[in-house]
Design a protein around this ligand. Structure first.
Ligand SMILES: *[C@@H]1O[C@H](CO)[C@@H](O)[C@H](O)[C@H]1NC(C)=O
Ligand SMILES: *[C@@H]1O[C@H](CO)[C@@H](O)[C@H](O)[C@H]1NC(C)=O
Ligand SMILES: *[C@@H]1O[C@H](CO)[C@@H](O)[C@H](O)[C@H]1NC(C)=O
Ligand SMILES: *[C@@H]1O[C@H](CO)[C@@H](O)[C@H](O)[C@H]1NC(C)=O
Ligand SMILES: *[C@@H]1O[C@H](CO)[C@@H](O)[C@H](O)[C@H]1NC(C)=O
Ligand SMILES: *[C@@H]1O[C@H](CO)[C@@H](O)[C@H](O)[C@H]1NC(C)=O
Length: 423
């Protein structure tokens, strides 16, 4: 097909010549054409690779733009809450019931596309369930972990280390019921492991002995947790509340109840004395009327009351003396809250138009006050707390007036017996 040069030796003139191709220099033979095609193929493959690289780069750029953290593993026996893996977001982990989360409960996707915290795991609450104690050791479930109580001859956290010793001590010392230490009750579990528990009121301690819980030391010292109103006695496995003399332990087993010695004839008051029950004890009293003086005399009208005898006609001293004197005995607990009304007084035969109340004497004046509560009644108040034991006395006067003229006076002699205790 070469132009202008018909092939020699053909004996034939080809005329006119066919039009020439654009690249007239080479007329490729079959092998040449094949190599050209191969080169083209290589070129295309290289181009494709470059293209793929470019795509990968683009995808990488895109993910950087999206800013996500790598996918997280969901813990076995647990769940992951929150699906977003984007920067600034958080995921939370929870464990199924019976399992405890170890590791981070919450993990946040940080700006450098890493997660904060550590991979969480859900661990069985029952640490002993994996039978971690070797050589027939006893597993005791703890708060964060378990403890192995090792049989003689073995030691180490999992009873895995043998102890070489010449003397073999008995594993359990025999402990009596009345002791503050007892041996635990143990049961063989699956695969030969032993599990032990203590009687109520006892706690398994290092060494495998059940040690009494000192409830008194644990609870009695703080007012918020006190178990006994008064005193506490620790017993093996339990405790007992104690009350001071004069009290009995209440049926609820922690409060103290006052014993009424007067009702129970447990008093030593002599004939003629009056027995007054107080908190934690009793008193024998003998109210006496004043001796006759200045033409004034009194007569006992009841165990706790004296009335004035009629006055001689012209005895002013007698007429100014009190018409009645009464005695009042008040048992009180220590440190009662104040103000507190202890006692009310009034007259049964009110003839005048006004009553006046005053404190006229007594050693306990400082903690008492008197006030009118209505037209015909006054009351005695305790105004500050009294730390017992104490005996306080106060004398009150109630005067009756009519048009500002004194009609009569009544005296109240009050004695308060304050307990040494707040009960
Ligand atoms: C990512 O950033 C945190 C602090 O925000 C840093 O503690 C951590 O080492 C960083 N991780 C990497 C892989 O750079
Ligand atoms: C058990 O663990 C909790 C939380 O860590 C702790 O408050 C508690 O005091 C622990 N109890 C005992 C008996 O160690
Ligand atoms: C110890 O207590 C158990 C039951 O708590 C009882 O069976 C046993 O007889 C008691 N032993 C003694 C010595 O009191
Ligand atoms: C009762 O007798 C005892 C001594 O036997 C004595 O200490 C106490 O003061 C007496 N009580 C009264 C109220 O007399
Ligand atoms: C006692 O009464 C008599 C008259 O009965 C009188 O003379 C005397 O002054 C009175 N004494 C006093 C202290 O009032
Ligand atoms: C009463 O209160 C006082 C002062 O607060 C205190 O010292 C005292 O111990 C208390 N008495 C009783 C029996 O609680």
């Amino acid at each position: 097909c070469m132009p202008g040069s018909p092939r020699a030796g053909t004996g034939r003139v080809v005329s006119p010549a066919p039009p020439c191709p654009l690249f007239p220099q080479e007329c490729l033979n079959r092998q040449q054409a094949l190599s050209v095609v191969r080169q083209m193929q290589k070129l295309l493959v290289a181009q494709e690779a470059a293209h793929l690289r470019g795509m990968r780069g683009l995808r990488h750029q895109l993910s950087l733009l999206q800013k996500t953290c790598p996918q997280l593993a969901v813990p076995l026996n647990g769940r992951m809450l929150g699906r977003s893996l984007r920067v600034g977001h958080e995921v939370h982990f929870v464990c199924d019931s019976g399992f405890r989360l170890l590791g981070s409960e919450t993990r946040a996707c940080r700006h450098n596309r890493t997660w904060s915290g550590t991979q969480p795991f859900c661990r069985s609450m029952d640490d002993c369930s994996s039978n971690p104690c070797a050589n027939s050791g006893t597993c005791v479930d703890g708060n964060q972990s378990y403890t192995c109580l090792c049989p003689p001859g073995w030691s180490g956290p999992n009873c895995q280390s043998p102890i070489y010793s010449c003397s073999a001590w008995p594993y359990w010392v025999t402990l009596s019921n009345t002791s503050f230490s007892r041996q635990p009750r143990c049961a063989e579990g699956r695969s030969g492991s032993r599990r032990c528990s203590c009687d109520t009121g006892f706690q398994l301690r290092a060494g495998g002995v059940c040690q009494d819980v000192d409830e008194c030391q644990l609870y009695q010292s703080s007012p918020q947790t006190r178990i006994c109103l008064h005193d506490c006695l620790n017993l093996p496995g339990s405790y007992r509340c104690l009350c001071p003399p004069g009290y009995l332990l209440h049926a609820d087993r922690n409060a103290c109840e006052d014993v009424n010695e007067c009702a129970g004839k447990q008093h030593n008051c002599t004939q003629g004395d009056l027995c007054i029950n107080t908190f934690g004890g009793h008193r024998c009293v003998h109210p006496k009327c004043p001796l006759p003086r200045h033409n004034t005399s009194y007569v006992k009208t009841s165990a706790f009351q004296c009335e004035r005898n009629p006055c001689p006609m012209d005895s002013r001293a007698c007429q100014l003396a009190a018409n009645s004197i009464s005695f009042h005995y008040l048992p009180l607990q220590a440190n009662r809250t104040v103000p507190r009304v202890l006692f009310k007084m009034s007259t049964t035969r009110f003839l005048g138009d006004s009553l006046r109340f005053t404190i006229t004497g007594g050693r306990g004046q400082g903690v008492f006050a008197v006030r009118r509560s209505d037209r015909q009644t006054g009351e005695l108040l305790l105004t500050s707390p009294v730390a017992g034991p104490a005996t306080l006395e106060v004398e009150l006067e109630m005067s009756e007036f009519s048009h500002k003229v004194l009609l009569g006076k009544h005296i109240f002699k009050v004695t308060a017996f304050v307990s040494p205790y707040v009960f």
